[in-house]
Design a protein around this ligand. Structure first.
Ligand code: ZN
Ligand code: ZN
Length: 267
């Protein structure tokens, strides 16, 4: 299994997860909040495609994740997995638009797994101010990965991290930078609230308690441009991890390509 983070952060999120080989290979697009053309170019840069895919998954309806999920699914003529309530009045996600584009919508539920080829996918509901919001666990015979951004508190993830090999996890803000930064108070409270985003410290606390020995790759994602720096995120989070864990910062525009396969199975 490979995870290609194409874009991450409030200006747009898009990730490609691939599994299997040859004719059996599947490609799943997770969110598309960037322009389609940008997504296609970034996918090509890692030897992949945003059009020859097998499914599109949507975490939640915020535009930085959902803006182009309908067009991407329509162009590739593949199912779009999203919660029923994610389709609201906004034009790019309206039911009407979905019907006009003849989207094959598959409804997802918290902790109800489904499969795309050899890839087993489990949605995990996250506390975030966007109605139903999900992160995902991805599993194949020899790899387990998780993708979790846009959550205000981390408790819900504790039971799910232990056996992961690769984890993409939000490290949105440094609390002091947020408090002393340019955001108005009401927005500061939203971002740091129980349905906002994880701070570096919350992410570090979660990893210290819940990361397991099989974790070999960590991607810190959805970093705020205004309220965080890669250095601050690493300073806070790196010390709580086992030294063998490779830590990456997801760039606002990637791609960042990583392998999720368990090390033991590669021997
Ligand atoms: Zn977001
Ligand atoms: Zn969001």
């Amino acid at each position: 299994m490979h995870v290609h983070v194409l874009a991450s952060g409030s200006s747009g999120n898009c990730t490609l997860v691939t599994a299997g080989q040859g004719n059996q290979k599947v490609r799943v697009v997770l969110d598309c909040g960037i322009p389609q053309r940008t997504g296609r170019l970034l996918a090509e840069r890692c030897g992949e495609s945003l059009t020859q895919i097998d499914a599109v998954l949507m975490t939640h309806h915020h535009a930085d994740h959902s803006k182009n999920v309908v067009p991407v699914a329509a162009r590739a003529r593949v199912p779009l997995y999203a919660h029923d309530e994610s389709f609201g009045s906004k034009s790019y996600l309206s039911k009407k638009e979905r019907e006009r584009r003849k989207i094959d919508h598959r409804s997802i539920q918290d902790q109800v797994p489904f499969s795309v080829g050899p890839l087993s996918i489990t949605p995990i509901q996250l506390p975030h101010d966007a109605g139903f919001t999900f992160g995902f666990l991805f599993e194949t015979e020899n790899a387990r990965a998780g993708y979790f951004t846009d959550l205000g508190t981390a408790d819900v993830l504790r039971p799910h991290l232990h056996s992961l090999n690769l984890l993409v996890l939000e490290a949105n803000h440094d609390f002091t930078m947020l408090r002393d930064g340019p955001y108005p108070r009401i927005l500061q409270d939203r971002v740091s609230g129980p349905e906002g985003h994880l701070s570096n410290q919350q992410t570090a606390d979660l990893l210290q308690e819940a990361a397991g020995p099989s974790l070999h790759t960590l991607v810190l994602a959805h970093l705020s441009k205004e309220n965080n720096t890669p250095e601050k995120a690493l300073q806070t989070i790196r010390p709580v991890l086992n030294q063998n864990v490779c830590v990456h910062i997801a760039p606002p525009l990637g791609p960042l390509s990583l392998e999720a396969t368990a090390y033991l199975n590669k021997l």
